[in-house]
Design a binder for this molecule. Structure first.
Ligand SMILES: [Fe+2]
Ligand SMILES: [Fe+2]
Length: 342
């Protein structure tokens, strides 16, 4: 009995906290039977065409499905009856006036996502210089650089060339610094009765963008139980460590992130090489990526990795810029934050 309780608790910790799925996926996680009902409604009223049906059944665009996506759908069907029973006891009150307006795409089709809106989407800047590197000169620069190089060793040993898995795991870490930095700047703004110069928003945007990278990768790779456990452990350690570093030295914290982003660019470049060589199959882009980066409907994994890499280059520039501001003895609020590009 005790073992059962412990196992349930651990599983709930590991499985919990997945808040960013599109409308169908979110409900499917909690109650897929409701989605089956929605899909039937679409059929009855002659709703959007076959493309839309495919999108709602899976968040991967039409084309050969990855086995992990197919497995996910199988599990949804298997559990259908179970969820159907729970659906009979689930009710959402509209008393609070929280119902969402109908949002459409530019082409008139319904917007299927809850976790981001059309105005959050953008086209990645593919012309960004991927080769830029901050040459470490000061002691803190060298310390940041060596720390990141050191952190890369266990990552290389653990993942080797499994870039899908590697990217998914690293994005769980990459989304932490922006949130920690944004949160601390928010508190500082409150404490000191000062404007932030837009940096709170810029860092939170970065965190959100990194989380969208993760939501994209998780459509392609199914995390194993021990990887979920690893994320749990790493997050516990990294969040607290980064928090302490940011409190003690924001310039070191931003410099570390700048170098982490340089490593991310390198990893995604290697990922692209494996796609080009055929070692990794160039599957259709997940639908979430098509909408988020405004990609063409026939976009592939290669297109997705290319735009993610451009995002990482932008994060590199933002964080090295933030570190430079501190190195010049100024506050972040003294320089306008690079907003509206993630
Ligand atoms: Fe990322
Ligand atoms: Fe990044």
């Amino acid at each position: 009995m005790n073992r059962f309780v412990a196992r349930t608790l651990i599983r709930s910790i590991i499985d919990g906290g997945n808040h960013c799925r599109h409308e169908i996926s979110t409900a499917a996680m909690e109650n897929p039977w409701k989605i089956v009902g929605l899909l039937r409604t679409y059929q009855k009223v002659g709703g959007p065409g076959g493309f839309y049906w495919t999108r709602t059944m899976s968040s991967v665009t039409p084309g050969p499905m990855t086995s992990s996506v197919a497995e996910k759908e199988e599990r949804v069907e298997e559990k259908g009856e179970e969820w159907k029973k729970s659906d009979q006891t689930t009710m959402v009150s509209s008393y609070w006036g929280m119902s969402r307006q109908k949002i459409k795409r530019a082409d008139g089709t319904d917007w299927p996502w809850n976790c981001f809106m059309p105005w959050d989407t953008y086209e990645a800047n593919l012309s960004i210089d991927l080769t830029k590197h901050h040459v470490p000169k000061a002691f803190l620069d060298k310390f940041a650089y060596r720390t990141v190089k050191l952190l890369r060793i266990p990552t290389d040993i653990f993942f080797q060339r499994r870039y899908g898995c590697r990217a998914m795991m690293l994005e769980t870490v990459a989304a932490v610094p922006g949130m920690v930095g944004g949160m601390l700047l928010h508190l500082k703004s409150l404490r000191k009765f000062q404007h932030s110069g837009g940096w709170i928003k810029a860092l939170l945007e970065e965190a959100e963008n990194e989380r969208m990278h993760l939501m994209t990768m998780v459509e392609l790779v199914e995390p194993k139980w021990y990887e979920r456990l690893l994320v749990l452990t790493v997050q516990g350690v990294f969040f607290n460590a980064f928090f302490v570093v940011y409190v003690l030295s924001p310039k070191l914290a931003h410099r570390i992130v700048g170098y982490l982003e340089e490593e991310a660019i390198h990893s995604y470049t290697e990922y692209l090489k494996d796609i080009d060589s055929g070692a990794i199959k160039n599957v259709p882009a997940p639908a979430i990526a098509v909408d988020y980066w405004r990609l063409p409907k026939d976009a592939t994994l290669k297109d997705v990795i290319t735009v993610i890499r451009a995002d990482e280059a932008h994060h590199r520039d933002v964080n090295h810029f933030a570190a430079d501001i501190h190195f010049q003895g100024k506050e972040l609020s003294d320089a306008p934050a690079p907003l509206d590009y993630h």
